[in-house]
Design a binder for this molecule. Structure first.
Ligand code: NAD
Length: 257
């Protein structure tokens, strides 16, 4: 069953990792997809996802977008007009930033992290909300948080702060936009195998990572498709009464000893 027929989605950070899997799954379910990213080449290699979707007969476009710039997010949302206007916004772009104790952290490093991970969600949500309100057809905004937005992780205090901010930002915006049938939810992945966890903050493939894996009830790290499936549900009409909600996608680690 195609869940997203006649819908158009914008996915920030959609060129790589989780965003790429979201773009692919959305297209597989019939959506038109605007991939908004700093660059179109996937960090993990391979062809740009918008090209792959188009090659398979789907509707897709790429917009060069830095989510720290509001005008870029407005441009990404405007690109959805070619496909009938935005129905779904996935604010997924993010960086892990420095893995440094707070006492060794410079404010500039904190600021850079916040600019991308929290301000970027503000920009994407605002641009999408304005367009959705103008269209008057409702919509779904999905904000990529993390398990680090559910509990504090030492060594990545700015990341935890930003991702916790994304969670409550989503709940607050859900309250504002609910009367216009625009739903806003947060997704909280655990360790998912992307360049972020193999290169930027190496967990996958490390000794420490192997130990961590044995504490996860499902005994594996997540794949981008595991997160994309949850985003597909939240984007679809199956989730028509779900808003101001958090969905954790971590193999059971957060809630289970
Ligand atoms: P990734 O590094 O594989 O992909 C991130 C994408 O975002 C890249 O294509 C990159 O170019 C893009 N991007 C970075 N800064 C940007 C900016 N300023 N403007 C536009 N695009 C930008 O990372 P990922 O693992 O796919 O992470 C995606 C999201 O999921 C992030 O918000 C991350 O914090 C979150 N997350 C990831 C994990 C994980 O284990 N991988 C866990 C929890 C949360």
């Amino acid at each position: 069953m195609a869940l997203l027929t006649d819908k158009t989605a914008v996915v920030t950070g959609g060129a790589s990792g989780l965003g790429r899997a979201v773009a692919e799954l959305f297209a597989d379910h019939g959506a038109a997809v605007v991939v908004a990213d700093l660059r179109s080449e996937p960090r993990e290699g391979g062809a740009p996802i918008h090209e792959r979707i188009a090659d398979q007969g789907g509707d897709a476009a790429f917009v060069e977008c830095d989510v720290t710039r509001y005008e870029d997010c407005v441009d990404a949302v405007a690109a959805a007009e070619e496909f009938g206007g935005i129905d779904v916004m996935v604010n997924n772009a993010g960086i892990v930033g420095p893995q440094t104790p707070l006492v060794d952290l410079d404010f500039d490093e904190y600021q850079t992290l916040m600019e991308v991970n929290l301000r970027g969600v503000f920009h994407g949500s605002k641009a999408a909300a304005i367009a959705m309100l103008e269209q008057g057809n409702g919509g779904s905004i999905i904000n990529m948080s993390s398990v680090a937005g559910m509990q504090g992780y030492g060594g990545i205090t700015p990341y935890s702060a930003a991702k916790g901010g994304v969670r409550l930002f989503s709940y607050a915006l859900a309250s504002e936009l609910g009367p216009d049938d625009i739903r806003v939810n947060a997704v909280h992945p655990g360790v998912i195998e992307t360049a972020m966890t193999t290169e930027d903050s190496p967990t996958v493939g490390t000794e420490e990572g192997e130990k961590l894996k044995q504490t996860i009830p499902l005994r594996r790290f997540g794949q981008p498709e595991d997160v994309a499936g949850v985003c597909g549900f939240l984007a679809s009409d199956l989730a028509s009464y779900v808003t101001a909600e958090s969905i954790v996608v971590d193999g059971g680690n957060l809630n289970s000893a």
